[in-house]
Design a protein around this ligand. Sequence first.
Ligand code: BEZ
Ligand code: FE
Length: 303
Amino acid sequence: MTAEESARPGTGSGFSEEDSAGVVVESLRNTPDQRLKEVLTSLVEHLHAFVKDVEPSHAEWQAGIDFLTAVGHMCDDTRQEFVLLSDVLGVSMLVDAINNRRSAAATDTTVLGPFHMVESPPRELGATISLDGNGEPCVFAGQVTSSDGTPLPGAVVDVWQANGAGFYDVQQPDVQPERNLRGLFTTDEHGRFWLRTVVPRYYPIPDDGPVGQLLAATRRHPNRPAHIHLIAEAAGHASLTTHVFVEGSPYLDSDTVFGVKESLIRPVTVVDDPARAEHYGVGNPFRLLEFDVVLDPLGEAGR
Ligand code: BEZ
Ligand code: FE
């Protein structure tokens, strides 16, 4: 028998309801890429188990196919409906957890989200990222350290957030200035960063597509609590993707993408301190959101 013939599921392949997954898994036996074989085998086994559990009618199976087709049709350069689907089903957070088994000292991670689609512009420490001034002014500041507490000068902190109305610049290209509320900051000799922005607001994820229909059908709201996104990177350390969530925001206990962790919630305080106001280049008193970031050295905790 040739390799081609032996790879063929074949006539009379022995397909049966009882051993449906086994028959298909057998057809994968010549897959040269072992990881692909492993992943497909698991996919087939889980998918067949799902179908056996649900026992869909033909109409129901077609409805599922129609739904995934609609998700694909909703995707373009600025809209990733499959990411949203993964997010609202909690799969993005699970993949994040599996890939971020860090030391207890390191800052917790959370989802990247679909709006980190353009590069943040490098900005000086203290610069504002709010180019339209839409929202309540606020200083965002913190320190990046290694897990043993050593400050990390020269760390790069990428920051992005929605405006005071709850929209990202890429969602409103005709309304917001390009790269509004985005910035790439390099920490000073003490590992500190600070910038001016606006207090973020809670917002709904895009819900005018099939994922929105899924949320509506399951009586779920589409909202995320107020947050600022960060990616922190430093030489010799595992990079970290996370958010800081604003204490008291609506939806902290029901984030539609399951991204909230208690350890990431911080208050926006009002500070009355002329010296600090001068340091940050703002009037006194001022709003302040502080968030320190702890990175694991590469090689620790398996990463
Ligand atoms: C975000 O926080 O930007 C986001 C995350 C998941 C889905 C939609 C938006
Ligand atoms: Fe966001």
